[in-house]
Write a protein that binds this ligand. Structure first.
Ligand code: G3H
Ligand code: 13P
Ligand code: ZN
Length: 311
């Protein structure tokens, strides 16, 4: 199947009350784990590469890995730029064959965000790609953007209609209490997404696909494995999965997950080395890391996204 944009995926997801997982890819094992899990469950999937991923793996390698995944699976796959910082990086991904890009000017003033998001949308649409933009700021680390916790801003529902109308973007990431990384909440805090803001946004943009970043749930079984095998992840806390599932039933059509995959890969590798301290063949320990990433994607598709059998 050729690479697809997210247009059809999102339309079906919106109408069907589920979301499509957008999983970050950085190497072959991660691409294989995600696409094998999605293929087994007949789920559409979005693979996304950040600036860090492009720097680590090189765009040409990533595109070839995605090409291979398209060849060996039979599901709709979109290739997306995660957190594009400016027009140039978005253009270079569209030119390089990505079917979707994110322009993330959410830390800039409204008018500047509108201007650059529109410029990216115009260029991408001329070249058959789609665009995600962001309004509101998430706490935590977003690639080149580091937002302090106290600066985290929820999206203002009063701005979304004007933003989408003036930019022509195809989907919108909003801030409702999710954040990037494995340390989203402090111990004792009550993790609660502002689903009321999501509802307000959805009212103003009927039928329009909404995106949630920072949606790893930080499964404690993997944190435990890491910590029991020489790791030191203290108080890693994520988003409760039932709240994400609730959001996916509504206007949220794309849910971004990266940190959970990192935890799976690390848990598998740490566990492997504890059991086999003599091993030094990467194929041995990466097999275990890849398996845990695959298990996590499997779990997300069924329990969080609800996208199984929707390919
Ligand atoms: O939103 C950020 C993603 O988790 C990508 O992280 O920039 O370290 O690749 P990265
Ligand atoms: P997590 O850090 O919660 O996995 O979020 C990933 C993300 O939003 C990528 O854009
Ligand atoms: Zn993100």
């Amino acid at each position: 199947m050729p690479l697809v944009t997210t247009t059809e995926m999102f339309k079906k997801a919106y109408d069907g009350g589920y979301a499509v997982g957008a999983f970050n890819v950085n190497n072959m094992e991660i691409v294989q784990a995600i696409t094998e899990a999605a293929n087994e469950l007949h789920s559409p999937v979005i693979l996304q590469a950040s600036a860090g991923a492009r720097k680590y793996a090189q765009q040409a390698y990533l595109m070839k890995l995605v090409e291979a995944a398209l060849e060996v699976t039979d599901i709709p796959i979109a290739m997306h730029l995660d957190h594009g910082a400016d027009f140039e990086i978005c253009k270079s991904c569209v030119d390089g064959g990505f079917s979707s890009v994110m322009i993330d000017a959410s830390s800039q003033p409204f008018e500047e965000n509108v201007a650059v998001s529109k410029k990216v949308a115009d260029y991408a649409h001329e070249h058959g790609a789609v665009v995600e933009a962001e309004l509101g700021t998430l706490a935590g680390v977003e690639d080149d953007v580091n937002v302090a916790d106290d600066k985290a801003m929820y999206t203002d529902p009063d701005q979304v209609e004007e933003f989408v109308k003036r930019t022509g973007v195809d989907s919108l990431a909003i801030a409702i209490g999710t954040s990037h990384g494995a340390y989203k909440f402090k111990p004792g805090q009550n993790p609660k997404l502002r689903l009321d803001i999501l509802e307000e946004v959805a009212k103003r943009l009927p039928g329009f696909p909404i995106v949630l970043h920072g949606s790893s749930s930080v499964p404690q079984e993997y944190v435990k494995i890491i910590n029991e095998h020489g790791g030191a992840l203290k108080d890693a806390i994520g988003i409760p999965e039932d709240q994400l599932r609730e959001a996916a039933k509504g206007a949220v059509c794309k849910i971004n997950i990266d940190s959970d995959l990192r935890l799976g890969m690390t848990a598998g590798i740490r566990e492997h080395f504890e059991a086999h301290p003599d091993h030094f063949d990467p194929r041995q320990y990466l097999t275990d890391g890849r398996q845990y990433v695959k298990d996590i994607v499997h779990h997300k598709i069924i329990n969080v996204l609800g996208s199984d059998n929707k390919a």
